[in-house]
Every structure is written in structure tokens, then in C-alpha cells.
Design a protein around this ligand. Structure first.
Ligand SMILES: NC(=O)C1=CN([C@@H]2O[C@H](COP(=O)(O)OP(=O)(O)OC[C@H]3O[C@@H](n4cnc5c(N)ncnc54)[C@H](OP(=O)(O)O)[C@@H]3O)[C@@H](O)[C@H]2O)C=CC1
Ligand SMILES: O=CC(=O)O
Length: 312
């Protein structure tokens, strides 16, 4: 069996060695331009069109959780990957716990009013503020898939009411589930902290806009951990100015790197990180990929297959 590997920024030598160790019976090689030799599987991130075009692969693995970039490439380049070649993505592979750490630490930061205390410190003011109540701090998670459900689970032990919104109804212990566009309004009403973990699809682009923000609780908080295109930045800035949104924590942006003149950089109530909420971890990712390939080769059912029509 042959595997080709391409990632524009990962250390290919490291990955190739680790893949060879995990699957000693497999020939793994880094794909380079002009390599048309046969392969069974391709592991990719932002692959050049010519890497996949015309290949008869058994499967392609995206080296991340989100597949918006590769699906965008496929629709812009008809014939890049035949429709019957399955596309897989990474499910969790260590990203769930990273998302949990990120979300829990930021929700606690807001709940304990560290943002307010930092602002007071800037003015050299010693002032004790009123405590927030857990019951007034409902956390609503957009997307209750692999990562959203893990984030929901991690917030429960802290005593916050937790709810999620997804296409299909979920039964996560202790988490109130809302499903479909018809229940979005009820989900938003009373949500104090909104955490976004939706995939980027035509239905979800621009979802976090003025109309959505207006339906959240007063003095709410917004955390975007999914994709920048989900948030209409001008609407978020307006909601910050009006006071409707008290603070935002953003990991992803419609343009990355975020241009230096973007007003989000300077906003005192916006915190940000450079798309690091969850990294692809080689050990866990390779374990998932080798396990999945093993099952595919034995004709067993696997998870992680992307529905290319649905977009995630
Ligand atoms: N910032 C970062 O570092 C990282 C960001 N990400 C982002 O996180 C996203 C989520 O990852 P993951 O949890 O693995 O994805 P999943 O596919 O497991 O979960 C997606 C969830 O979104 C829901 N959903 C999708 N479309 C809609 C819709 N139109 N209306 C309502 N709900 C919808 C799905 O509902 P249902 O369950 O009913 O299908 C599902 O619950 C990725 O797509 C990626 O963009 C991922 C890793 C790192
Ligand atoms: O944003 C990262 C991903 O894995 O998707």
C-alpha cells in the first residue's frame, strides 16, 4: 500500500517517519510536484490540484477537523477528486481537550470578571465588584458535533447552564439541545456566552450577525473557535459599541493573518489568538488515520467520512 503526504507547513520528514512507524507495512512518501506514481491514500492540507487530479485513490484524509478549504478547492476545480473517492477528516485527535481548555478558561475569565478587574487596574482603582451568578451565565454552543459536545461536557462541572444548537437533536446528559433553524431563536434567548463550533458551510456563513447578536442576553460574550466567516465583524463591532456584547474572544478571522488595520486589534474588549484553539497533534492524528485505514482495508465501517454535499 502507498500513501502520499502533503502539508504546506508541517514538518514532512517528522510526519513521514511517524507514519512509517505507525504503519510499517505501508510505503509512505512526501508528495512533490511531478509525482504521478500510484498511491492508495493521500493525507493532505491545502493540496495542489495536480496532486489529486486523476488519481484513483481509496481515500483522502484532511489533516484537520474542518474541511471547508478542501471542499472549496474541489468545487473550484471540477475533476480534482472523483465524487466516489471518500474524503475523511480528523475527529477529535486531541483537539477536543484543547477546545475544552480554551473555552473553560475564557468562560471563567468572564464569569469571575477578570476583564472588568483588568480595566480597573488600568485606572489604578481598587474596587470589589458584585459577583455574577452561575444561573445568569448560560453558555450556548453553536454546533454540537465532535468538538462542540466535548466543550459542552467540560462546562457542566463548573455549574453553568449549558445548551447547544445543531441540525439534529442531541441527547447529551445535562445539556439542553436545540435543533434546526426553527429552534435557533429559543436557543439564543437567554444565552449569555455564545461559543461557535459550527463548520463553515453555505448555511452557516455570516450566521453571527446583527440579528443573531440582538437575540442574545444583555451584556453577553462571544467566543469564535470555528471559522472567521461565521461572524460579521462589522456587526460584532457595532454590538460591542452598543454594550449588547460585553466581550469577545476570537481565534479565527475572515482574513488570516488578520490585517494590521483591522479595528478588532485595538478594541479593548476583544481578545484574540492566531487560530490556535486546537492544533493537529501528530501522534493522535496518525493513530486515527492508521486505525481508519486498517478498518477500510478490512471493509469495516469507519467514522470521519465527510458528506461532500452537506459540506462537513
Ligand atoms: N480554531 C481552531 O483551531 C479549530 C477550528 N475548528 C473548527 O471547528 C469546526 C467543528 O468541528 P467538529 O466539532 O469536529 O465538527 P462536527 O462536524 O463534528 O460538528 C459540527 C456540528 O455543527 C452542526 N451543524 C452543521 N451545520 C449546521 C446548521 N446548518 N445548523 C445547525 N447546526 C449545524 C452539526 O449538526 P449535526 O450534529 O446535527 O450534524 C454538528 O453538531 C470545524 O468545522 C472547524 O471549522 C476545528 C479545529 C480547530
Ligand atoms: O482549524 C483547524 C482545523 O483543524 O479545522
Amino acid at each position: 500500500m502507498d500513501i502520499i503526504f502533503y502539508h504546506p507547513s508541517f514538518n514532512s520528514d517528522y510526519w513521514i517517519n511517524a507514519l512509517r512507524k505507525a504503519m510499517p507495512q505501508v510505503n509512505v512518501r512526501a508528495w512533490t510536484a511531478g509525482d504521478n506514481a500510484p498511491a492508495d491514500y493521500a493525507l493532505v492540507w491545502h493540496p495542489p490540484v495536480e496532486m489529486l487530479k486523476g488519481r484513483k485513490l481509496k481515500g483522502v484524509f484532511a489533516l484537520g477537523a474542518g474541511v471547508d478549504a478542501i471542499l472549496g478547492q474541489l468545487s473550484a476545480n471540477p475533476g480534482m477528486l472523483a465524487d466516489d473517492i471518500p474524503l475523511f477528516r480528523l475527529e477529535d485527535t486531541g483537539m477536543g481537550s484543547q477546545m475544552q481548555e480554551y473555552a473553560v478558561s475564557q468562560v471563567l475569565h468572564w464569569f469571575r470578571r477578570f476583564d472588568d478587574y483588568q480595566a480597573l487596574k488600568q485606572q489604578s482603582r481598587w474596587q470589589q465588584l458584585e459577583e455574577y451568578a452561575h444561573g445568569d451565565f448560560t453558555v450556548g454552543i453553536l454546533g454540537a458535533g465532535v468538538l462542540g459536545s466535548k466543550v459542552a461536557e467540560s462546562l457542566l462541572p463548573w455549574g453553568f447552564p449549558v445548551r447547544c444548537w445543531s441540525r439534529s437533536r442531541k441527547s447529551l446528559p445535562g445539556v439542553q439541545s436545540f435543533a434546526g433553524p426553527e429552534e435557533l431563536g429559543d436557543f439564543l434567548q437567554g444565552t449569555r456566552v455564545l461559543i461557535n463550533l459550527l463548520p463553515n458551510t453555505p448555511e452557516t456563513v455570516g450566521l453571527i450577525n446583527q440579528s443573531l447578536l440582538n437575540q442574545l442576553a444583555e451584556h453577553c460574550y462571544v467566543m469564535n473557535l470555528a471559522r472567521g466567516v461565521h461572524v460579521v465583524e462589522a456587526d460584532l463591532l457595532a454590538a460591542l459599541e452598543s454594550g449588547k456584547v460585553k466581550g469577545a474572544m476570537l481565534d479565527v478571522f475572515s482574513r488570516e493573518p488578520l490585517p494590521a488595520d483591522n479595528p478588532l486589534w485595538a478594541h479593548p474588549r476583544v481578545a484574540m489568538t492566531p487560530h490556535i484553539a486546537a492544533f493537529t497533534r501528530p501522534t493522535e492524528a496518525i493513530e486515527f488515520i492508521s486505525h481508519t485505514i486498517g478498518k477500510l482495508e478490512r471493509g469495516e465501517t469507519v467514522s470521519g467520512r465527510v458528506d461532500r454535499v452537506r459540506g462537513y
